[in-house]
Design a protein. Structure first.
Length: 394
């Protein structure tokens, strides 16, 4: 029996672009609608859209899955995806319906976000936010890494307000959680088969085999390093707090603007782990000239500020959770990029990660081995940062 054809990026993108045009015309019937540039992403289809004299971003999520997963055939062939998407787009619990609700709640709570200006039939429209992101500012001034990262977290203090908490409970985007994503991707036989195919389209075969061998070991270790539930009440977490989602349109000394929330409940380490994970990834994959050591020192200072006031025993548990979560997040995103078909346009930072796969795998191997050996968390953290610094200055 012949295998069903995988969805093709061109056809998938054309379908999404047509849907964005049609929905925008229905939402703003008196405005002229012109599609602008495609914004490369591995998660959803994003386009700039000109509505009369203003620009917005339009996002279309295909079945709530990453584009990489859809193009790998997780949801079937092109016809099956098209049929399923027609039903999914009308669901009140679709991913982007929940994201729209979260953006509105965050805006009402006084947290600066890329505001939702419209949501209709599965397409989310947000105001265009321009300006450097957190990684851009850190690369420009590595000595300010701790200050900038801590300021971003402080700007999210209103996450714990009753109104935001209610939306985080009623319209949670828990599927973006790091641990949830990791266990979904690497569960059982399908997880092993997924790892075995990583990099097929993007890496030279010898490099690919080396990366796959290391990632298989790292995944096995992390699956055994099960995280015990964090003590105390589960707080509201932003959920997708990566540096690219923290923008500074008014400059580094003003309040940032946040995009792409994934609110849910979790431990106090989770947002810090996500922010640190992606910053450390960038240090290795695209480190600022002569600034890698300063950035790593800043990340260390940022993390220490997050656990300040926690008792020594609890601090060790918190730091261990953070490191395991960091590694899971790094494996999640590295594997997503390596699984991408060659026809899928990658963001610039994603290509840098692919190009740095050997160095990244070396760090993941070293840090996961240290944790598996039961090394005291504070010592493990220092060793991990030293490993990142060596990789960044290689």
């Amino acid at each position: 029996m012949p295998h069903a054809a995988l969805p093709e990026p061109g056809a998938l993108f054309e379908l999404a672009a047509d849907r964005i045009c049609r929905v925008a015309a229905e939402e703003w019937p008196s405005e002229s609608v012109t599609l602008g540039a495609h914004v490369p992403s591995v998660t959803g289809y994003v386009r700039r859209v000109h509505l009369g004299g203003r620009e917005v971003f339009a996002k279309d999520s295909v079945l709530g899955l990453s584009l990489v997963s859809v193009l790998r055939g997780v949801a079937g062939d092109g016809d099956q995806v098209r049929a399923a998407q027609a039903a999914y787009a009308t669901s009140p619990t679709s991913l982007l319906a929940r994201e729209a609700a979260q953006l509105r709640a965050l805006d009402a709570a006084g947290i600066r976000v890329g505001r939702c200006v419209g949501y209709r039939q599965g397409v989310l429209f947000t105001e265009a936010v321009t300006g450097p992101n957190l990684l851009d500012l850190i690369a420009k001034d590595p000595a300010r890494a701790a200050d900038l990262m801590s300021g971003a977290v402080r700007s999210l203090a209103s996450l714990q307000s009753p109104a935001v908490a209610a939306v985080a409970d009623e319209a949670a985007i828990a599927e973006r959680g790091i641990d949830t994503t990791f266990r979904r991707k690497f569960n059982g036989i399908s997880g092993r088969a997924y790892v075995a195919r990583l990099g097929v389209d993007l890496l030279e075969e010898r490099t690919r085999r080396g990366a796959v061998a290391v990632l298989a070991v790292v995944v096995s270790r992390l699956l055994k390093l099960r995280l015990t539930p964090a003590p105390g009440p589960r707080m509201v977490v932003y959920g997708d707090l990566k540096p690219e989602h923290v923008l500074f349109p008014d400059g580094p000394d003003e309040q940032p603007v946040f995009i792409d929330p994934g609110l849910s409940r979790g431990g106090s380490h989770q947002d810090a782990a996500k922010l640190a994970s992606r910053a450390l990834l960038a240090v290795i994959a695209a480190s600022p000239v002569d600034g890698a050591t300063l950035v790593v020192e800043g990340i260390d200072a940022f993390i220490r500020e997050q656990y300040r006031g926690i008792g020594r025993t609890e601090r060790g548990m918190w730091l261990r959770r953070l490191m395991v979560t960091w590694l899971m997040d790094s494996v999640n995103i590295v594997s997503t990029y390596l699984a991408a078909p060659s026809a899928l346009p990658l963001p610039e930072h994603a290509q840098a990660v692919v190009d740095s796969a050997p160095a990244l795998c070396q760090v993941l191997d070293s840090v996961s081995a240290t944790l598996t050996a039961g090394t005291e968390p504070e010592s493990a953290w220092r060793l991990a940062l030293a490993c990142v610094t060596r990789a960044a200055t290689r």
